[in-house]
Write a protein that binds this ligand. Structure first.
Ligand code: PHE
Length: 455
């Protein structure tokens, strides 16, 4: 099997799951769930995963796997070059650079916190000190840049090694460790005295807290967490073998991703409720301020356990971030490698340098550049908004229109049934979602996200 493809089916699933499972699950999901009232948010989010994000994911997989080269070529090939769809080939280039540039900032924070955990920096500190430490750190003009550089260097190293030796092997090593770490932490967290309050918060819905904003956020989260809409999965699917079952693998990844998000909730909320005075709605700081405090408080009389729990938790975050950042770098590098004839390491290097420069701006927007705003947003928030609120919905919409209306039905059917060798009973539902349901939903979210439609 050529080294341009993932060697095995498991490798393909793990790499795709690696892209999906990331800070979106372990950091963004608890934050969003915490601020939107818990279980009700979780249920709506699961609904969107099933009805929207997972079908679009399968659509991306079908387009990419059909093309077998890169996104630009895939979009030209699948509909026989009709219309002017080749522009979709540039989406992963732009989106990949933008998303990695701000993702690397938070990924860098996770490295700093893994380092702090390793050097036992959390020992005996109080909530106020954790708060102070975090705000000082993210505003620092230099220290976060060092960690961003490191995360980008690691990401570059893996992507430069290639599909099988880099991306696939990286996912095969990191994903199982990630699961083991997560299970250890869930067990620890569930054994805490007030665990049941956290479980109730996560699993017992209170629909009175649901507002239109909750619905929009749940939808945004489902896109972000599955890496859907900006042709990231389409890029990976170009490397899928022709015998991969796209429905089965896509749904497996969606289930793994949701399971990891729920498990992260089961680590974080029982822990948060075990410390008096802490609340689940701490926002983005939950993971960097509240949690180190929780570890110290609940395991205060067992310093070794506190040390191990914090170290395992931040290592988990680092690995989750890395398996996703790899896919982001691959999105843009693949274009220059496959379309422009650059060598893989060269393409990855150029993209990493561009991301490093943009990341500096994103990181400084928490400190000395916080006054600089475009449309009222600092660089970090601007990039996040452009990717999650603009490029992902527009990309998702276009993917649906392309596959649902521009590609011939039998081409789609052949692709998802591996030329009639697989039975796909969900195919009619899938096509209905892709043609009608998803584009309508996304259109409405997009308008309300931009404030044009008021709900
Ligand atoms: N899905 C990733 C996460 O949950 C984020 C991501 C977005 C990765 C877009 C690739 C592309 O962290």
């Amino acid at each position: 099997m050529s080294s341009n493809n993932f060697a095995g089916k498991i490798g393909a699933i793990l790499a795709t799951a690696g892209s999906a499972v990331g800070l979106g699950n372990v950091w963004r999901f608890p934050t969003e769930t915490g601020t939107h009232g818990g279980a009700a948010f979780l249920l709506i989010y699961i609904g969107f995963m099933l009805l929207l994000a997972a079908p679009i994911m399968i659509a991306e997989l079908a387009i990419g796997r059909h093309g077998q080269r890169d996104v630009l070529y895939a979009f030209k090939k699948m509909n026989g070059g009709r219309g002017h769809w080749a522009f979709m080939g540039y989406l992963p280039v732009v989106a990949g650079i933008l998303v990695l540039s701000y993702y690397a900032v938070v990924a860098g924070w996770t490295l700093e916190y893994a380092f702090r955990a390793l050097t036992n920096d959390f020992f005996n500190k109080t909530q106020a000190t954790f708060q102070q430490d975090f705000t000082t750190f993210i505003a620092d003009p230099l220290r976060p840049l060092f960690w961003i550089f490191l995360i980008l260097a690691l990401t570059f190293g893996i992507v430069a090694l290639g599909i099988q030796r880099g991306i696939e092997r990286g996912a095969k090593i990191m994903m199982p460790i990630l699961f083991i770490f997560l299970i250890v932490l869930v067990v620890c967290s569930l054994s805490l005295p007030n665990a049941s309050r956290g479980i109730t918060f996560l699993l017992n819905p209170d629909f009175s807290k649901v507002t239109p904003h909750t619905i929009l956020s749940a939808m945004g989260q489902s896109f972000f967490t599955l890496s859907v809409g900006i042709c990231c999965l389409c890029t990976y699917a170009c490397y899928f073998r022709k015998d991969v079952n796209l429905f089965k693998d896509g749904l497996t990844v969606a289930i793994i991703d949701t399971a990891v998000a729920i498990m992260s909730g089961l680590v974080i909320f029982p822990a948060v409720y075990s410390v008096p005075g802490l609340t689940a709605d701490a926002g983005p700081a939950l993971v960097f301020i509240t949690l180190p405090n929780v570890f110290q408080y609940v395991f205060g009389n067992m310093p070794v356990v506190a040390y191990c729990a914090s170290l395992i938790f931040y290592m988990l975050l680092v690995m989750a971030a890395l398996t996703s950042s790899i896919s982001m770098l691959e999105m843009s590098s693949a274009f220059f490698h496959k379309e422009k004839g650059m060598s893989r390491p060269m393409a990855a290097l150029v993209m990493s340098i561009i991301c490093m420069i943009l990341s500096i701006a994103c990181s400084l927007s928490f400190g000395i550049w916080n006054e600089i705003t475009i449309l009222g947003l600092g660089f970090f928030d601007l990039f996040d908004t452009v990717v999650a609120k603009i490029l992902m919905p527009i990309g998702g919409f276009l993917i649906c229109i392309y596959l649902g209306w521009s590609v011939k039905g039998d081409v789609v059917f052949n692709e998802v049934t591996n030329n009639h060798t697989l039975h796909q009973p969900l195919y009619p539902v899938f096509m209905f979602v892709i043609r009608y349901f998803a584009p309508t939903c996304i259109f409405l979210i997009f308008l309300s996200g931009l404030g044009i439609l008021k709900i």
